[in-house]
Design a protein. Structure first.
Length: 249
């Protein structure tokens, strides 16, 4: 469902992302990890069409993000770290607005909004103005806008930030639900987070980005045989730092 091919991104002399390639299949939930500034968010923005790559390309549900950008963007739901909300709108009106932007047919509009409201636990606040909601509820609204058009691919950047423990468990359950069920209906999820326990709870595979490069791509079961994910993360990133320093020398 996602195929990244040699993605690179330059900002002048700075190479922020360097020749990153990977594939994610239908129904996979992949943890996208890396230190701050590693290039994770840049790659996510390229995959969602918010940012052009300097080199390489990617396919989303079979659609090239450059040659067939509209179809690719229709196939992906994106939750950035700061949700794109309009604080003066109420929740239901905002989700209807987003659904129309994402070309949900008029006949399906109400059902699509109701389903997103229900799945994200927003029924009690769906008539509330977004600006009056707590941070946790605003995060839920952000997730609802990502799934309202029922896309086959979800890209989530820190989806549980600001939530309390009960809400975190609920959102993790929702993400797991989206990637389960009938094969044709399962959604592919790429999840960026700094909470390694979250990756261990809901992901089956890890891609680690460091210094703009992919330094690890393996199943969670393979990585955690006799070792904690935190230890793997530290070992691989420190090893990549040493290799970079050795290359410079």
């Amino acid at each position: 469902m996602i195929e990244a091919r040699g993605l690179s991104k330059r900002y002048g002399d700075l190479l922020a992302v360097a020749d990153v390639s990977f594939q994610v299949g239908r129904g996979e939930v992949v943890g996208f990890l890396g230190p701050n500034g590693a290039g994770k968010t840049t790659i996510m923005r390229i995959l969602t069409g918010f940012l052009p790559a300097s080199d390489g390309t990617a396919l989303i549900a079979g659609h090239d993000i450059f040659d067939d950008g509209i179809a690719a963007r229709r196939s992906v739901g994106y939750l950035p770290e700061t949700p794109p909300l309009y604080p003066e709108m109420d929740v239901a009106s905002y989700l209807r607005y987003v659904a129309r932007l994402k070309d949900v047919p008029r006949a399906r509009l109400r059902d699509a909004v109701d389903r997103a409201v229900e799945r994200c636990g927003l029924r009690d606040v769906h008539r509330r103005v977004i600006g009056t909601l707590s941070k946790g509820y605003r995060q839920r609204v952000g997730l609802a806008q990502a799934i309202v058009h029922d896309p086959p691919v979800l890209i989530l950047d820190e989806p549980t930030v600001g939530l309390d423990p009960i809400q975190i468990r609920e959102i993790r359950g929702l993400i797991a639900e989206l990637a389960s069920g009938v094969e044709e209906e399962r959604q592919t999820v790429v999840l960026s987070t700094h909470i390694l326990a979250e990756v261990e709870a809901i992901c089956r595979r890890v891609i680690l980005i460091h210094g703009g490069r992919k330094v690890l791509d393996a199943s969670l079961a393979e990585l955690t045989q006799g070792e904690r994910l935190e230890d793997v993360f530290t070992r691989v990133t420190l090893g990549a730092d040493r290799a970079a320093l050795g290359g410079e020398a």
